[in-house]
Design a protein around this ligand. Sequence first.
Ligand SMILES: [Zn+2]
Length: 113
Amino acid sequence: MKSFPDGVNDLNNAEYVAWKRSHPDELIVNHVRSPRTHKFTLHRQGCHMVSFKKTALKKERNPKECFDSEAELLGWMVEKKGSPGLPLKGCWKCRTHKLANRMNKRLLEEEQR
Ligand SMILES: [Zn+2]
């Protein structure tokens, strides 16, 4: 797992680009923040929605968490238990809704132990 808390995209961070290149199957959780919300959205590597270009509306880069496996992602979710960012949201572009739902369900199961 690798965390990029300061916010990154393909254009501003060579370490992030290198990480993605060496972890082709990774899953990325993007922190989507607005004044009222803080959501965790799950993406697959290569999704265009993860790294948008800088526009007038979107000035800040979002922090990202990169995972090599679902088990690693679940471990992170357990740590983030109670966060307003959970449950995980799916991405319509890279179609992670089913996976996000499955991970949310696994987190609930984990909590009930
Ligand atoms: Zn996506």
